[in-house]
Ligand binder design. Sequence first.
Ligand code: SF4
Length: 334
Amino acid sequence: MSTRLHPDIEKAYRVLDTGEPVPFELASALGRLAGSEVLDLVSLANKVRSRYAPGEGDGVHACSIMNAKSGVCGENCRFCAQSRHNSAEVEVYGLVDESKVLEQARSLHGHGVGHFGIVTSGYGYLKVTPEFERILAIIDLLHRELPGLKVCASLGVLGDEPAAELARHGIAHYNINIQVDPGRYGELIADTHAVDERIETIRRLRANGIAVCCGGIIGTGETMQERIAMIFALRELDVSVIPLNVLVPIDGTPLEGAAPVPVTEIAKTFAICRLAHPAKIIKFAAGRETVMKDFQGLLMLAGANGLLTGGYLTTRGRDMAADRQFAGQIGSFS
Ligand code: SF4
């Protein structure tokens, strides 16, 4: 009985030998693999992760986020509970008090979380507004009170001045996702703003020396080839951290009835992302516990070396102690 690998997987083993990312044409061919070949691809992605992106401590980069301002957003992102255009039930509140952010950051840091992200709903900040100044003061407070904690932010689209201020205030990473193949953003995600505004923000952040965390969502109605186009768009943007989310369909949003993506397709997406970004941090973000359930371990072994722990913006996550134990078990496959 032959145990030969599929010829395209054999070609992709070059990534393991050289550390050089897989070219687009080969990634595109890998996207068409099926059946047990997908497990061969997953195995290669795990080897590449282990050699070029071994992670920290137990092998997994863990970070947490806090929704510091929630709801009533004027944008129409089709997956999002916080959009005013959608009818999802969501908590609504303005920018929270700095003491509340400090309390949550302290508790997460105490549980071993090294990166803490402040997230606000809304389009973003083109100018330094009084609210933006309050966010800067919160960042300063966290740095003062929790010196070992890396502070990140996800505040939407930024103008020149706010981007420069975040750099001055020592932000570790800034998260802004392109979500899907940029050519499909308007149909699959939102049309109240353009993906180019987000891409421009990424360029602005990088010009200010801020490391960018940027990824996307699997399950918005995109094709496998469009997922690969997104992965390669992230290459061009040279982002530092790639969060991959699996859509959690929320009642009252246009994607509430979205068909679930087969696990094999999600595993292929993670594996191809690792082969296209051999040394980057790839984080499994939303959907890990709620949608992927028993398969989250498989996806962590398909090339991811990071996870978001302690809950998401508008959906719950798993207990952090359980995540830590899970990370330790995954790390032993390195
Ligand atoms: S993802 Fe952000 S910009 Fe889009 S609707 Fe939700 S809060 Fe608004």
